[in-house]
Design a protein around this ligand. Structure first.
Ligand code: ADP
Ligand code: MG
Length: 238
């Protein structure tokens, strides 16, 4: 079990009171599984990813990443966990304008204190995996939106995370490129055995994923698999 959220409640200050963004949310994501999270705007999807990424501490509940209960970790151990076990793909690629595609990835290895020569080789391998071997030396302005999103995904995989968290990766892409990015995420998850959560608006992309959960007003419910094929469901316990 690589990612486990249990009874998460998260509130934000809201005027004089508090707004409940997540209301007793539980989600188990085993290694090698993609769970899609759908729901209307403002329902709590990005908050759920931020809690899973350990970027926000919830009011209550527990987050376990790669077997470690994050409540028990100090700031140093938490930073180490984020660097080495959690890959996050934010909605906006936020690539550094002056760096080439390969360098965007190499920076991640540098931040994690890994050897530069290995980093270059690994960056090129990953770019090849996401179909960008020809674009390794291009800067962001020389890439299309879909290509930038692929660099964004490859960058999140640079330090071999066990948990991959992806926020609306297809929102800026047309239908065809969106479907290709979604299929890429599913293939990478199965190959690299990450526990992956993908937030998406586009329900046509749900066919490719292993499970789907819907968030509504901060509450999460898993949807039955398409066609009621219960046997396709990944086990929720191991
Ligand atoms: P989604 O990603 O599904 O659109 P969010 O998780 O971003 O939803 O937001 C859930 C709710 O929490 C919304 O009502 C939003 O306005 C509120 N919210 C999100 N971030 C903050 C914040 N930093 N401070 C206060 N309220 C927030
Ligand atoms: Mg959001």
């Amino acid at each position: 079990m690589n990612l486990s959220l249990t009874d998460i409640t998260l509130t934000y200050p809201d005027g004089t009171g508090r707004l409940t963004a997540l209301d007793q949310v539980s989600l188990e994501v085993p290694a090698g599984t993609v769970v899609a999270v759908v729901g209307p705007s403002g329902s709590g999807k990005s908050s759920l990813l931020a809690v899973a990424a350990t970027l926000i501490t919830p009011d209550s509940g527990s987050v376990t990443v790669a077997g470690r209960e994050t409540r028990t970790l100090g700031p140093g151990a938490l930073a180490e966990l984020r660097r080495n076990h959690i890959g996050v793909v934010f909605q906006q690629p936020n690539l550094l304008p002056s760096l080439t595609a390969a360098e965007q990835l190499q920076v991640m290895a540098h931040l994690a204190g890994r050897r530069p020569r290995h980093a270059r080789r690994r960056a090129l391998e990953l770019l090849d995996t996401v179909g960008l071997s020809q674009q390794a030396d291009r800067r962001p302005h020389q890439l299309s939106g879909g290509q930038r999103q692929r660099v964004n995904i490859a960058r999140a995989l640079m330090n071999e995370p066990s948990v991959l968290l992806v926020d609306e990766p297809t929102s800026a892409l047309d239908q065809e490129r969106g479907a290709a990015v979604m299929n890429l995420l599913v293939n990478l998850t199965h190959e690299r055995c990450t526990a992956t959560v993908v937030v998406t608006h586009d329900r046509s992309h749900l066919r490719a994923v292993d499970r789907t959960a819907e968030v509504h007003d901060g509450r999460l419910a898993e949807l039955p698999p398409p066609g009621g094929l219960i046997s396709r469901r990944a086990p929720t316990t191991t």
